[in-house]
Structure formats: C-alpha cells, structure tokens
Design a protein around this ligand. Structure first.
Ligand SMILES: Cc1ncc(COP(=O)(O)O)c(C=O)c1O
Length: 401
C-alpha cells in the first residue's frame, strides 16, 4: 500500500533527476528516514494494554529516536519518558512535556540539575558523585532513584550489555551500603531503583533479569518502584527472535506477586523501551550512487548515498537489517552493501556475529540510481549517526501515515 507523506522538509520534492541518460522521478530526496505513524501507534497501544499487579508505568527511552512528532505522539498517549542526558530532558521540556513525566538517568552529571529538579524532573543517580550532587541541591525533593549495576548484563552483543564488571553504567551493586549511608545521612529516601541490563538480548533472559532485580530491591526497603529498564528485542533479520511483551509481563507479574508473598512489599513496575517502540516504524530510503567490483574472485559492492553518518548500527554493532533494492527485476545477485563514507568499516552487510567481515546479500539485480530501503531503522539510527563525517549532510526525517 502506498504511504501518504504528511511532512516533507526537503526542497527537492517532486523534482525529476536525470542521471547517466536514465530519467527517474525522485519523488523525494534521498537519503531520508520515513517513520510510520501507524506502526508507532500500534506499539503505543500494545504497551498501554500491558498490566502489572501493583501498577505499571511505561517510559519511552527518548535516545532511541527524539523526533519531535514521535515525542508528541507518546506524550499525548500518556507515555512517560526516560532521558539519557540533561540536554535530552531539556529538549523534552521545551517540547511541552511536564517534568514529572521525565526520569533522568544520565552517564554525565547534569549541567543544570537545579533547573531540572525545579521543573519536577525525576532524578536517577547513576554514580556516587551524582548522588552527592543531588543531595546538596536546594531544589531536591525528599526522594531519589538510584541506578544499580547488577553483577551481570545482557545484550545483543557485548557492545549493548550494560551490566557486570565491564560496564560503567550505574552504581556497582557492592556499593549499596554506601548508597544507603549517604542517603540516610542526607535525609533522603530511595523510592525507586533503576536497573537496565542491556539491549537486544535473547528474550529468554527476562526471568533472570527480574530475579536479580528483585534481589537488589530487597536491599532498598523504602523503595516502592522498580524501573527494570528497556532492552526488549525486536526481530530485524534472519534468526533474531522478537520479544513477546505480553509473555514477559505475565512472567514479571508472577515474580512480583511471589515477592509480595515473601516480603509483604507491593512493587510498582516501570519499563523503558526505546527500540521496541520505534525500530519497526523506520525505513531508511537511499539511492545507489555507484556499483563497483573487485574482480571475478571478489565482490560486487552497492555504494549508497548514505552510510555510517546516517546509520551506524551495522558498523558499530555488526547489526544486520533487511535491505531491499526497489526495482522489478526478477534476477537476484550477490552484493555487499556499503556506505559512502571514506571508511572501510562503513558496511551495511556485516557478517553474522563477526562485524569485522563482510557478508553478501542476495538482492534484486541493481542499477545505479535505484532506490534501496533499509528496514527497521526507527531506533538508534537518526539519533546515533556519525553526524557530519566527511561533511555529508544528514538524511532528513519525515513522518508517514
Ligand atoms: C537506561 C536505559 N533505559 C532504556 C534503554 C532503552 O533500551 P532499548 O532501546 O533497547 O529498549 C536504554 C538503552 O540503552 C538504557 O540505557
């Protein structure tokens, strides 16, 4: 079904290009990210339908995609927010999100903590230093959240795991006594514990994640809220298994009820998905700028007019995304797809489990000027690009219905 474009920033909309004696209608400029409003709304509905026995708050992890229209959709649907820096929190406030809906959990000390606290933003201390910064603020409320680094992490690979000794995220679990002493001395209560094990791990890890999180909750006797983070996996390619949120929440609920039976404490749950909300909603549309090869024993490369300056996930994580050449050819050929940056790591088809190596994809026989779609690029693509590299302009972003 053709998608209706609702917002286009490009000045070249509808202009016909002529390239190598071949006319084609560039209806819209490439590269561009298209975000499907319908797909995002579906995910909002899914999360709104979830339940937890003692309350559930869903926060959108803004870093996945801060495109203003996406933020407004989330906000008007009653979704709350997880901000990863004080700048991201400020951006949310400037878009009209009320402070009370924003939880700030940042690696870097907030540059304007007083201002954010005054606006009602909820603070998560992710280090002992951050806890000190909070306790001395004249605008601090009497409660605070702390992010704890559990003894393990899980991710699609090591690059996306945020727990265990290799990870600098959160306060190491062995320092909980120190955390409790600091807050006790300052007359502050810890009402919320925040844990994010990592992103994109196989969905089978979630039972263990909840068990370990509840063990940590036992140490924080005043805490009534567990924010168990994001990281719910989506299927992008081949064997990847998408998380079933309803199944996960049912399992979480059983464990929270068992915790209540054991401790008498009713824990309200928060989750912070980024990827699961928006990954499937995004498509990066690019154009094949050139086709080159390395001889009969080598490879044929499709060089796109985009790459790591718009889409870093494959270079950074070895992430594999479905790619389609947009023509009617019935002939399939093996291609390696690469970006336009002057960087040998700018590869869009890395080998499974080994991002150092390239992999060929069977794609429709391509010609220079054909459009290519890279799917499931709604999360950590436009928001996490090597912006400005080689001075290439950034792909624009548009919302479609
Ligand atoms: C603290 C925190 N919450 C939530 C998320 C969102 O993770 P995902 O996009 O995998 O759901 C992240 C991702 O890095 C995170 O660090």
């Amino acid at each position: 079904m053709a998608q209706k474009v609702s917002k286009i920033k490009s000045a070249t909309v509808g202009r016909a290009f002529n390239f190598a004696n071949k006319s084609y209608n560039a209806f819209m400029k490439t590269p561009r990210f298209e975000y499907s409003r319908a797909v995002i709304q579906e995910r909002i509905n899914l999360f709104q339908g979830l339940q937890s026995p003692y309350g559930l708050k869903v926060r959108y992890a803004v870093k996945a995609n801060p495109y203003p229209e996406i933020i407004r959709m989330m906000d008007s649907s009653g979704i709350h927010f997880d901000a990863s820096s004080s700048y991201e929190a400020k951006e949310l406030l400037s878009l009209g999100v009320v402070g009370e809906k924003i939880s700030l959990s940042s690696q870097q000390t907030a540059h304007d903590l007083d201002e954010l606290l005054k606006s009602g933003v909820l603070f998560v201390a992710t280090s002992l230093k951050q806890l000190d910064t909070f306790t001395v603020s004249e605008f601090r409320p009497s409660t605070v959240a702390v992010r704890i680094n559990p003894e393990v992490g899980y991710g699609h690979n090591k690059r996306t795991s945020t727990g265990g000794v290799n990870s600098s995220f959160g306060i190491w679990h062995e320092y909980i006594d120190e955390v409790l002493k600091k807050t006790n001395d300052a007359g502050v209560k810890i009402d919320r514990v925040h844990i994010h094990f990592g992103s994109g791990a196989d969905p089978s890890v979630w039972g263990d994640v909840m068990d370990k999180s509840l063990l940590i909750m036992e140490r924080f006797v005043d805490a009534t809220i567990l924010d168990i983070g994001g990281g719910y996996k989506v299927h992008r390619y081949a064997e990847e298994k998408e998380a079933d949120m309803k199944e996960i929440m049912t399992m979480f609920s059983v464990k929270l009820e068992e915790f209540f039976a054991r401790t008498g404490r009713k824990i309200s749950l928060e989750i912070e998905p980024g990827t699961y909300f928006v990954a499937h909603a995004g498509t990066l549309v690019a154009t094949i700028d050139d086709i080159v090869d390395t001889g009969k024993d080598g490879y044929t490369f499709l060089r796109l007019n985009t790459g790591m300056n718009d889409f870093l996930r494959s270079s950074l994580y070895g992430a594999r995304h479905k790619i389609e050449v947009m023509n009617n050819s019935e002939v399939l050929k093996d291609y390696v797809v690469v970006g336009h940056n002057c960087e040998s790591g700018d590869i869009l088809t890395p080998m499974a489990g080994n991002p150092e190596e390239i992999e060929t994809r069977k794609l429709r026989e391509a010609r220079i000027g054909d459009e290519v779609k890279i799917y499931d690029t709604g999360a950590y693509c436009a928001s996490m690009r090597a912006k400005g590299y080689n001075s290439f302009p950034s792909a624009e972003e548009v919302m479609v219905d």
